[in-house]
Write a protein of this length. Structure first.
Length: 213
């Protein structure tokens, strides 16, 4: 049990590096350095770089699956679940940026397929969420597929540092304005009062503070 806990702690230290670097450029010496442990200690916990990459992908898949479970909790209000959906979608593009997905597809195609399958399942659940909101007259009758695609494309654009420079937006401002756009796009007028903008602003701030470019 303690060994698993330590492996997870070490993996947490290397995750930011894996998200921004090509796998082919990282070796076990780099892994040990970023985990702040000796190479001898590293091999006590991980047999190879491949094992670390696979464990990292497993964590990404677990995140996607846990996000689905939370979104389906009908005891939470539609406003709360909308907040969760938005933050989770933002975290997805931060934790699984394009550079990681492209490299994974090239170097570890089997792992890429597993992650893609989990992502497709999350997209199906997002569509169900949007469709359920329309059915209950909470959301406008929007196209659920286009809503999911819009979220992913826009958020991936906004988290790129060049976006803020090009459009004269801070990251927080861009994300909050897109959130408000989504809110008015989705919720029927009678339900807008159930969505707390102050809460979302705080959630965005907490998420952004965890980002290091």
């Amino acid at each position: 049990m303690k060994k698993i806990e330590n492996k997870n702690l070490f993996l947490d230290k290397i995750k930011p590096v894996l998200r921004k670097s090509k796998f082919s450029t990282i070796n076990m010496d780099d892994m040990a350095r970023h985990m702040d442990i000796s190479k001898v200690t590293l091999y006590k916990y991980f047999s190879s770089k491949d094992e670390i990459i696979e464990m990292f992908v497993d964590h990404c898949i677990a995140f996607l699956q846990n996000a689905d479970v939370q979104l389906q909790d009908e005891e939470l209000s539609w406003g709360k679940r909308f907040h969760m959906l938005y933050i989770q979608s933002l975290q997805c593009v931060l934790y699984m940026p394009d550079i990681l997905l492209e490299d994974l597809k090239s170097v570890y195609p089997v792992l890429y397929d597993r992650l893609s399958t989990a992502e497709l399942e999350r997209h199906r659940n997002l569509r169900r969420f949007y469709e359920a909101g329309v059915e209950k007259n909470v959301f406008h009758p929007v196209n659920s597929t286009l809503s999911v695609v819009q979220d992913d494309l826009m958020l991936r654009q906004m988290v790129e540092p060049s976006f803020a420079v090009r459009h004269d937006f801070s990251l927080k401002q861009a994300l909050f304005e897109f959130y408000k756009m989504k809110k008015y796009q989705l919720f029927v007028p009678d339900m807008l009062g159930s969505v707390d903008d102050d809460e979302m602003e705080e959630l965005l701030l907490q998420t952004i503070q965890k980002i290091s470019y």
